[in-house]
Structures are given as C-alpha cells and as structure tokens.
Design a binder for this molecule. Structure first.
Ligand SMILES: O=C(O)CCC(=O)C(=O)O
Ligand SMILES: [Fe+2]
Length: 336
C-alpha cells in the first residue's frame, strides 16, 4: 500500500494529544535512504498531530549545556545596571539583554516574567563580533558582556554552533517529511537566520495572577522551527492541544524539544502545526531555558508547498516573505 498523502494524513490528524512524542535522531544522517525516510515519517506524524517532539541522540555533549548554564547563571546574577548596559533597545538590531516584563507574548497578559539575552550567528574564533548572518532590523553585530564574564561569549557561541548543527540536520528531514527533495531548504537557508535567546525565569509566586503574568505567555513561534533546551528537572513548558488542554512538556534527560513555528504552518497550509505553548515557573527556584529559532532567509516567500492545498483545503494564508512576517510579529510582541 502506498503512503497516505499529506492531505490524507492531515484529514485524519490526532491533535488531541496527551503527551509529546520522543524521536531518536540516530539515523538522521544514515547513508541508508530508507532509514532516513523512516525517521522522516516519524517526524511527519509528530508535525501533523502535535507540532512538538523531543529528540534524543542529538550529539550535543553534556559539558556544552553545563558551560552555557554556568554562563547564564553568572550573567543573570549581575546587578541590573550592568545588564542594562547591554539592553536590546539600545542596539540597532535589538540583540542583547531584555529585562523582566519587557516582552509580552500573549496580548491578554501584562508581560512575560523572564529576562532574556539574544544573539545571532557569529563565528566562534573571531575575537570581535562579526556582522550577523541575517538580521531583519538594520544588520549589525552581537553584543557581549565584557568585564568579569570572560567565558560567557565562548560558552554561548559553542552551544549556538552545536544547536545550529542539529538544526541543519533537521531541514533535510523536514523536507523528506513533506515529500520534497532532501535539499529543498538548502537555497532558502543560506544566511543562518537563527537567533538564540538565553532565558531566565525567576520563581513565580502564588501572589502573581496566573492568568495575567506567565514566564512566557501563550504564543506560537514565528520561524520554521525552534530547538529548545530546558534546564533539567524543572517543569514549566506547556503545550496546547486541540481540546484546549495544556499538556506538560517536562525536561527529559538527554533530549531537546523541537517545535514548529508559523513559517512551517504557512509553507504547509497548516498541515504542519505551529502549536501554542507557554511557560510558567512555579518550581520555587530559578529556571533557565534556551530556544534557538530557525527561519528561512528573510527574502524567501512563504508559499504553500505543493500537496498542501486542495479544493477542500484552500490556501489559508496570504503569501509574504519570511522577513516581513517575523518583522510584523516582533513589532506586535516587543514593540521593535
Ligand atoms: O522557556 C520555555 O520553555 C519556552 C520558551 C519559548 O517558548 C520561546 O522562547 O519561544
Ligand atoms: Fe516559544
């Protein structure tokens, strides 16, 4: 029997999931195309039904996570005046530090209870920050803390490059999952439109109205997909299923979370799900998390992929470029 088409599979999707699937990436670069296709079929299932999955055997060593976590703890422990020297609003490209409550992902909330530090592609070996691979607003460079935190830039960039390599392994698998040539995204992702945010969530106490302030309010991500590292042990991330139930996505040892964003929803006419999620840190202790957002190059038009549109499923989105889309979301969320 031949495989069901994307549209057939989408028509039978099971979006009332009660957990997030775990996928083993061992065969991502297998020389055997049948094994790569098998893995892509698992990914396709997760993308159609959930929009979120964990990956294990991603090949990032534990020490890499430990180093970036230590760097985050020392940065967020600095006095607020020190951190504000790197405030993102002072940079042309909005890289750098964002203080508590400066962003608001859910317009019905009053702000996100998180601090962030954002940066984009930069070669590790450069002693001074190079031009970023792909920024929407004004180009420019990363900013880094200097005095007192000599390891920060190196630890952050080492993890960035490790996660970037996981992301580059994912694009051919997503292409296969969509029934496309494995290299479909190659000429659309030349400029590493990948932004990383180092996130710190203070413990949230009962006094804060749960419906008005979240660590990060309910939202979808804007790019193709996100690779998320969560600090072990602290449950905070929740994913919304089609029954409007919040499903916990706790950190699972040895895994990263991958979730799809709006660019993939647009490419696929919502066959791949850009699923709503939020995080709230009620653990009584600090929590750290690191998303890396992977988009296409900003001049790429988000046109529905063949096989995702039919008479019963007409195109839902107007075609715009990835850059225009991300820009409009940035403006709405952070006022940039
Ligand atoms: O902190 C988390 O677990 C989620 C972060 C997130 O969803 C985001 O930054 O887009
Ligand atoms: Fe997110």
């Amino acid at each position: 029997m031949s495989e069901p088409s994307l549209l057939e599979q989408a028509a039978q999707s099971r979006t009332a999931f009660d957990s997030v699937p775990i996928i083993d990436l061992t065969n991502a670069t297998s020389p055997d195309p049948a094994l790569r296709r098998q893995l892509a079929a698992e990914i396709r299932d997760a993308c159609i039904n959930v929009g979120f999955f964990y990956v294990r055997n991603h090949d990032i060593p534990d020490a890499c996570f430990a180093d970036v976590l230590a760097a985050m703890k020392s940065f967020y422990g600095l006095p607020i005046e020190k951190k504000m020297e790197l405030e993102n609003k002072k940079q042309v490209n909005f890289m750098g530090y964002s203080p508590l409550l400066s962003g608001n992902n859910d317009p019905s909330n009053s702000g996100d209870l998180q601090e962030g530090f954002e940066f984009g592609y930069e070669a590790l070996e450069n002693s001074t920050a190079s031009e970023l691979g792909n920024t929407i607003i004004g180009g420019g460079k990363n900013v880094w803390p200097t005095d007192g935190l000599p390891q920060f830039r190196e630890s952050a960039l080492k993890y960035y490059h490790a996660a970037l390599s996981v992301g580059r392994r994912m694009f051919p698998l997503f292409a296969l999952a969509l029934g496309l040539e494995e290299n479909f995204f190659e000429d659309k992702t030349r400029n590493s439109a990948a932004l990383m945010r180092l996130l710190y969530y203070p413990p949230q106490t009962a006094a804060i109205d749960e419906n008005k302030v979240m660590g990060i309010g309910a939202h979808t991500d804007w790019e193709c997909f996100t690779i998320l590292w969560q600090e072990p042990k602290h449950q905070a991330l929740q994913v919304l299923n089609s029954e409007k139930q919040w499903i916990s996505a706790p950190p699972i040892e040895g895994t990263l979370v991958i979730n799809l964003g709006d660019q993939f929803a647009r490419w696929t006419n919502d066959i791949f799900k850009s699923t709503v999620h939020r995080a709230i840190n009620r653990n009584g202790v600090d929590r750290y998390a690191i998303p890396l957002f992977f988009g296409t190059d900003y001049d790429v038009r988000l046109e529905p992929i063949p096989g995702c549109v039919s008479a019963e499923r007409p195109a839902k989105y107007e075609v715009i470029t990835a850059g225009d889309y991300v820009q409009s979301r940035l403006q709405a969320t952070y006022g940039h």
